[in-house]
Design a protein around this ligand. Sequence first.
Ligand code: ATP
Length: 290
Amino acid sequence: MAIWNLGSINADMVYTMPHLPAAGETLAARHLDRFLGGKGANMSVAAVRAGSQVHHIGAAGPDGAWAVERLKRYGVGIRDINEVDTPTGHAIIAVEPKGENQIILFPGANRALTWDQLDQALSRASAGDILVMQNETNMQAEAACAGRDRGLRVCYAAAPFNADAVQAVLPFLDFLILNEVEAGQLKEASGKSPDELGVKDVIITLGAKGARHINGETGVILDVSALPVTPVDTTGAGDTFTGYVLSGLDRGLPLAEAMSLATKAAALMVTRHGTADVIPELKEVQAACF
Ligand code: ATP
């Protein structure tokens, strides 16, 4: 089995600033770090580190060769990542000494995917494979519909949250993963609670409280507690959780076991600074004692 991830690829450019620039101010940064980011790239790396074969369906500009090369080095399948004329998606992140930040997001190439590209990629998928999407690329509803037609298990991570985007894919979903805030926003927009959405499996992640699975057919709830760690940076915890859960299902684990492994991986992740580059390997997760 395999995981097909229609996902974003971003360069996270982190500028260390003496203070956040005011309107009209020109200010020199003290330091620049460049990381591989984007929810899509993070989930691909997480699922590979959890032990799955992952094909990333995405796009990068001529400035993004390093990001694609890094995904390849991490073991992600890159055959379905197109090079396009638009600049690679990026986040310009200014951070001041107390940790407050300002972020400019440019979706760029992440919004330049084409139907042909998607169709070609999915033509190589097998029924029962997993297709996952987040809300950082174009072609989400087209992918969800095509995935369902081909017998794939279609999963959506509803972040960054947009009610219209979730509602466009809902009819095609087997699996929906969202955090507590996003679940509240979806309830407000749709008037439905998670077990009324018509989706077989819904997982709501609850930060330091853990995660809840709701069986959309029976209404049965499964709660998994988070592990007690001292968090230093929660960025990427949700993406790590999702990548690990999907990999667990892809590798045939029962849902409770997949969630428990994902909870451990996400707990390790919040003890680390960084995103894709520091997502833990399966053997570290299995060996971790909490
Ligand atoms: P992010 O956007 O920061 O990546 P998210 O909002 O999508 O995360 P969360 O619900 O915050 O998702 O976290 C995902 C999972 O990570 C949780 O279900 C939990 O297992 C783990 N986690 C998050 N915060 C903590 C914490 N403080 N301690 C232990 N585990 C945590």
